[in-house]
Design a protein around this ligand. Structure first.
Ligand SMILES: Cc1cc2nc3c(=O)[nH]c(=O)nc-3n(C[C@H](O)[C@H](O)[C@H](O)COP(=O)(O)OP(=O)(O)OC[C@H]3O[C@@H](n4cnc5c(N)ncnc54)[C@H](O)[C@@H]3O)c2cc1C
Length: 366
């Protein structure tokens, strides 16, 4: 069969290899000039081991299983470091003892450490050294690009945007902004923040999503913090950790990373000032000349409320992209990956919640 995959992020690239492995011919279409340029690059790069989900042991256990699979599939993309999970004294949705019990039930080794070594007194109730690395998107991009280019079954079209199409029982037509119309027996939509734009342009119902214009700050830390990551649990707190193999770290905050929020479609006021960026087609945010002001000052203030050595973090940049979340998982942070097949049509929509869930595609694609 001939398949079209729309979207050359991590999930679209991997979907193309899965379909090719199964004997299909695949056309992979990415609007950018290279793969993994949007959410697959602009994120915190946390390779979740499950510890982020103290309110759902089921999600945590599934996440741990997929973490192990991801680690063994892409060993060179893993950046190990000392990750400290710190339970905040105030406003945490979990208690220190509940977190310790949860980690023990999950089976991820933890070692309790003295929070006062890094945090101001009174801010952190208990802290644990845990296993949770980051992934390097640049390495993943190189690995997947090499794999895709070496496969004669996969044809790559970069720098071209899908603008619409039609889908029947066993025939789809996909229209490109170049005017070309491609035909195939099936299509996989892996466009993440543009999921609803893509679905409606094919006459399909949108998913119930919420959107954030999300800012990931990058920076350098002094050598004493270079191989450390900090995650303050469980609520509107912050994380600071190595950004894959790069010399940078990322600083994010549950409350401050989203600069803007939107429900249903990714519609933000900055789009009024930018040609070619709208709820259907999102332009690149990091390089956007009309991006909203950064929250760096507030992020630094929040960091210094907790971390004794906050001044050792110097910002070097700010990455911006649109984050999409299934409305139903906002409450428990579960972030599953959805692979949805339209009844009676060979149309699959992949909506990715987190990177390690990639192998859902092995199970769910035909
Ligand atoms: C701020 C932020 C922090 C996050 N932190 C983490 C984290 O720490 N750990 C974790 O596991 N997950 C995290 N995530 C989630 C994770 O990044 C995503 O689940 C994952 O990267 C999505 O991959 P994707 O391939 O589906 O999407 P993307 O990487 O966004 O790929 C979609 C691709 O589709 C292309 N595209 C869109 N429309 C069209 C079109 N019309 N024609 C052609 N191409 C098109 C885009 O250019 C893009 O390359 C985070 C996400 C964000 C935004």
């Amino acid at each position: 069969m001939r398949w079209i995959v729309v979207g050359g992020g991590l999930f679209g690239c991997y979907a193309a290899t899965v379909l090719a492995d199964r004997g299909n011919e695949v056309i992979l279409i990415e609007q950018g000039s290279e793969f993994l340029g949007r959410a697959s690059f602009v994120n915190q790069a946390r390779l979740h081991t499950g510890l982020h989900y103290p309110r759902s042991i089921v999600t945590a256990s599934e996440t741990l299983a997929s973490y192990r699979q991801f680690r063994s599939r892409f060993p060179t993309a893993i950046r190990d470091f000392t990750q400290i999970y710190a339970v905040a004294t105030h406003n945490s949705k979990t208690t220190p003892s509940a977190f310790a019990d949860f980690a023990a039930r999950l089976g991820v080794p933890t070692e309790e450490v003295d929070p006062h070594r890094w945090f101001h007194r009174g801010t952190i109730a208990r802290a644990f050294r845990v296993e949770e690395p980051s992934f390097d998107a640049t390495t993943l991009r190189a690995l997947l690009t090499d794999e895709i280019r070496s496969r004669s079954e996969i044809t790559v079209t970069c720098g071209v945007k899908v603008i619409g199409g039609t889908a029947g029982r066993d025939r789809v037509q996909i229209t490109l902004d170049s005017g070309e119309v491609l035909e195939a027996s099936g299509v996989v939509l892996a466009t993440y923040a543009s999921t609803n734009g893509m679905r409606t342009s094919l006459g399909l119902e949108p998913f119930p999503l919420t959107f954030e214009l999300a800012e990931v700050l990058t920076g350098r830390v002094s050598p004493d913090l270079a191989d450390l990551g900090f995650t303050v649990m469980d609520g509107p707190f912050w994380s600071l950790m190595p950004f894959g193999h790069s010399p940078d770290v990322t600083l994010t905050s549950v409350g401050l990373t989203p600069l803007r929020r939107a429900k249903g479609e990714p519609r933000f006021s900055c789009q009024d000032e930018r040609d070619g960026c709208n709820a259907m087609h999102l332009a690149d945010c990091t390089s956007c000349p009309v991006r909203p002001p950064s929250a760096v000052t507030h992020q630094l203030q929040q960091l210094s409320l907790f971390l004794k050595r906050a001044s050792s973090f110097s910002p070097t940049g700010s990455l911006l992209t649109v984050k999409a979340v299934l409305a139903s998982t906002e409450v428990d942070d579960a972030r599953p990956t959805l692979v949805h097949k339209e009844p009676d049509k060979n149309v699959y929509t992949v909506f990715s919640g987190k990177v390690s869930t990639l192998f859902e595609l092995d199970r769910e694609l035909p």
